[in-house]
Design a protein around this ligand. Structure first.
Ligand code: FE2
Length: 305
């Protein structure tokens, strides 16, 4: 029988993965053990704290469903999502900046014609017209590219967070296909800043640690062109008071767009405007490469999205 002191224990656990056939899996597991053991040793973790952590992670898993991902939220508020994003996008070469996927990419992205109002279900809020274009790094337009968009409404909620989601279906969520000039455009309402869900263990941690739960107003975009790196990003509204303190650390300067208030009687596609509306213009520049765009929640690996 072998008895280990603290240092020997860590070394023994690391060595226990020595025969892992996949070298990357072996590396990841051994580094994970090193970091976890280092954390326990450095903090002198008590049994009560260890039990609390186990319970916290258990509750985090129990809060997950087909339309809710509490673990992504946990990763987001700990800055892990943005760190993974950063180490995987070190050289942008002029490509549009990336940011977190967030926990509300749940699918239901039906292809809609350009100009569609994606917030037609009597959602309150001021109207916004979004006009955009997708190009490569040289500015050459990319045609037939699917672009998924989704955002929170004036209540600060995504459609999937609402109790009537199953009955009502998707809103403020759609897919557009770029035209021959790389363009797409749609109508919606102006998104507002919103709190991340605070009715689960992650929100509990945010409130108990006196952090605020707010994200600055934004629209999510997932641009997925063949032969290019999938672009997962947001466009933020300039002037939002939470731009400097996003609870998930997701803001980058290049992703902040000036959204102009307009009083013209018609929007750029000729749609009649009733009162004040807002114009968001933003171009996406893609970097050559490959890779898979993430699947929406509830879609298992191997199933079509
Ligand atoms: Fe969001």
């Amino acid at each position: 029988m072998t008895q280990f002191n603290e240092t020997e224990l860590t070394e023994a656990v690391i060595a226990s993965f020595d025969n892992t056939p996949n070298p990357r899996a072996k590396f990841l597991l051994q580094e994970l053990v090193k970091s976890l053991h280092d954390y326990v040793s450095k903090t002198g973790l008590t049994f009560e704290e260890w039990e609390y952590a186990i319970d916290f992670l258990t509750r985090t898993g129990q809060k997950c469903s087909d339309t809710r991902q509490e673990f992504i939220l946990l990763s987001d508020v700990l800055g892990v999502s943005m760190l993974v994003d950063a180490v995987n996008h070190r050289d942008r070469d002029g490509a549009t900046e990336t940011t977190v996927l967030g926990p509300f990419y749940v699918g239901e992205h039906k292809v809609m014609p350009h100009g569609t109002d994606i917030s037609p279900n009597n959602l309150s809020g001021e109207k916004m017209f979004v006009q955009s274009r997708v190009t490569d790094l040289d500015g050459k337009p990319l045609a037939n590219v699917p672009v998924d968009v989704w955002h929170a409404d004036d209540d600060g909620l995504y459609d999937s967070q609402k109790p009537n989601y199953d009955a009502v279906g998707a809103s403020a969520r759609a897919r557009f296909i770029t035209d021959g000039d790389g363009r797409f455009f749609f109508r919606t309402i102006l998104p507002c800043s919103y709190p991340i869900p605070t009715d689960g263990p992650v929100g509990e941690m945010i409130m108990q640690t006196r952090r605020h739960p707010m994200r600055p107003a934004h629209v999510h975009f997932l641009v997925n062109a063949r032969g290019f790196e999938p672009l997962i990003t947001h466009v933020f509204m300039d002037g939002d008071k939470y731009l400097d303190s996003d609870v998930v650390f997701g803001v980058k300067d290049d992703l902040v767009a000036k959204v102009e208030p307009r009083n013209d009687t018609a929007m750029p596609d000729g749609t009649k405007a009733n009162g004040r509306w807002h114009l968001m213009s933003y171009e996406f520049h893609l970097k050559p490469g490959g890779g898979m765009a993430p699947k929406p929640l509830g879609v298992k690996a191997g199933e079509p999205a």
